[in-house]
Design a protein around this ligand. Structure first.
Ligand code: HEM
Length: 521
């Protein structure tokens, strides 16, 4: 009899009770915004407002844009969104966005991410660190990106970009279609390999190198396992804290930690100075004297190690790994989108090429940090690319201290996840008339002064803004100058126009390949 009862409970009652519990939980969760007097759209059972995202019919950026448009139509500064059962607060008012990201940042310090430092050390990277630990690391790591150091690292970037020429020459000679994103992505691996880890990867000649293999393994896994983890993390963050899953696989973690250990040992023993991020983080570890404009010794002058902060080799590996993940995709996609737009607008491309040639000629043909800074039209084109195609389509913050929204009766409760719909703002005709049109003149001084500065935020804003955005811009410009100086680009007939975005990607990524033709002159 008891056995019968047990089998009955396991097979019938438990699934039934679980389903009932899930439905009740869903029903209660989907009343959250109504209970708080906040506007929201009618949620679908289980999916909330994210049905099209979960079914991969629409990307996160587009879904948030639609919600942003809805809030604007209703004259609202914020509204509630349900990601499955998880309530998120979406902001649409630039003044409120500025308060959350900059002025009242102390209430919104963290990214709502999960760290499991003990079993998954790569998870404890700068992007995911929270509170005082983030503050401490951020101020130190920021020292790796001063203008003086960027100038020195730029030389490495330019040298790496030279690899492009042989590859494009070969394709251009055969009049073939060039998968530009693929080529620039390989270049991205080599630049990060060189600037963050001090490695020469040469991905064009050695496409199966281990650094690329393990780095991309993580990024590719993001599309399936990552999407699943992302859904769970957003819906049931408490479960993550209990079951503590590993997001980064063991083999990949071991590869990056071993790599960093070997490089650190070699540099420390031989007191090697190299102009890269790895050098800067090793200096932090060793309490070495850090200068704004140069990369000094990697070891401390009095031989003491930095015990106070306890920055370990595994933590360094986590930060360097984050450089790979954070820098790789935006570099390849932004460079490709810019070339795609310039291939559509041949007159504009001619003007940019002319500017590049004129500035280089005045600089004895050398591509230096100063020369790239003088390319004003190129700068506007890159800015417009990030406006129309922001890699991060939303910024995310965790409310770390309850916040009363000015001029309203509503308080954002501690623990609320807040979304800033970057793509919605960048495509808002109030700030950017005819937003679908690629128009670099939006970034002329005159036009810049006509709209609020917060209407442009591809790198975030405030203390948590991307610490390496200037480096990112420099590498994109170095790649574009290397290419535009030598080649005229046009669209291959197999490229889809207009280009659409892949709803399966967390960041903005084309849904079809951008094929270009290059003609040398
Ligand atoms: C040019 C392309 C890049 C774009 C569009 C970009 C964009 C972003 C965005 C939107 C954020 C989040 C900001 C926020 O939450 O407000 C971010 C953070 C971050 N980015 Fe970038 N990024 C780029 C390049 C890079 C590169 C090249 C690196 C490393 C070498 C890097 C390292 C980081 C790190 C470590 C963070 C976390 C910062 C923190 O939480 O304190 N990024 N980036």
């Amino acid at each position: 009899m008891e056995l019968y009862l047990f089998v009955y409970l396991s097979l019938v009652a438990l699934p039934f009770m679980s389903l009932t519990f899930l439905l009740i939980f869903c029903e209660v969760s989907h009343k959250h915004w109504k209970r708080n007097g906040v506007f929201s759209l009618k949620p679908t059972l289980l999916f909330g407002n994210a049905k099209d995202i979960v079914l991969q019919k629409e990307g996160m950026g587009m879904s948030m844009k639609h919600f942003y448009d809805n809030l604007k139509r209703n004259g609202l500064s914020f509204g509630g969104y349900y990601f499955l059962m998880r309530p998120l607060l979406v902001l649409s008012d630039l003044d409120l966005i500025k308060r959350v990201l900059i002025t009242d940042f102390s209430h919104f310090v963290d990214h709502p991410f999960y760290i499991n430092e003990e079993n998954d050390p790569l998870s404890a990277n700068l992007y995911a660190l929270q509170g005082d630990r983030w503050k401490n690391r951020r101020s130190k790591i920021g020292a790796a990106f001063t203008a003086g150091k960027l100038k020195l690292m730029f030389e490495t970037v330019v040298a790496t970009c030279q690899e492009l020429i042989d590859v494009i020459d070969e394709k251009a000679g055969r009049n073939g279609a060039i998968d530009i994103n693929d080529i620039i992505a390989d270049l991205g691996v080599d630049i990060i390999g060189s600037c963050a880890f001090g490695l020469e990867c040469n991905s064009f000649k050695k496409p199966n190198n281990k650094f690329k293999y393990y780095g991309l393994q993580y990024l590719h896994a993001q599309s399936m396992w990552g999407a699943f983890v992302f859904l769970l993390l957003f819906t049931f963050p408490a479960i993550f804290k209990i079951i503590k899953p590993n997001i980064h696989n063991k083999e990949m973690t071991e590869f990056f930690v071993r790599l960093v250990k070997d490089v650190a040992k070699h540099r420390e023993e031989n007191n090697i100075i190299r102009n890269d991020f790895m050098h800067s983080v090793l200096q932090i570890k060793n309490n070495a004297e850090i200068s704004e404009s140069s990369f000094g010794s990697v070891n401390s002058s009095n031989g003491t190690q930095n015990k106070e902060e306890g920055i370990s080799i595994t933590e360094i590996a986590a930060h360097c790994f984050a450089f790979f993940v954070a820098g790789y995709e935006p570099f390849s996609t932004a460079t490709s989108f810019c070339l795609y737009e310039l291939s559509l607008k041949t007159e504009l491309q001619g003007m940019v090429r002319q500017e590049v040639k004129t500035v280089l000629q005045a600089n004895e043909g050398k591509l230096t940090y100063g020369a790239v800074m003088d390319m004003k039209l190129l700068d506007k084109c890159v800015n417009e690319t990030f406006r129309k195609y922001p890699s991060a389509t939303s910024h995310i913050r965790l409310c770390t201290e309850t916040y009363k929204v000015p001029n309203s009766n509503f308080s954002i409760a501690k623990g609320t996840t807040v979304f800033i719909p970057v793509y919605g703002v960048h495509m808002d005709p109030e700030y950017y008339p005819n937003p679908e049109v690629f128009d670099p003149e939006r970034f002329s001084e005159e036009n810049l002064s006509k709209r609020p500065a917060e209407s442009y935020m591809p790198f975030g804003l405030g203390p948590r803004k991307c610490p390496a955005y200037q480096f990112g811009l420099l590498e994109i410009k170095a790649a574009l100058v290397t290419l535009l100086q030598r080649y005229r680009f046009s669209l291959h007939p197999s490229t889809k126009v207009p280009i659409t975005m892949n709803p399966k990607n967390a960041v903005m990524h084309p849904s079809s390949t951008i094929y270009l033709c290059a003609e040398r002159n």
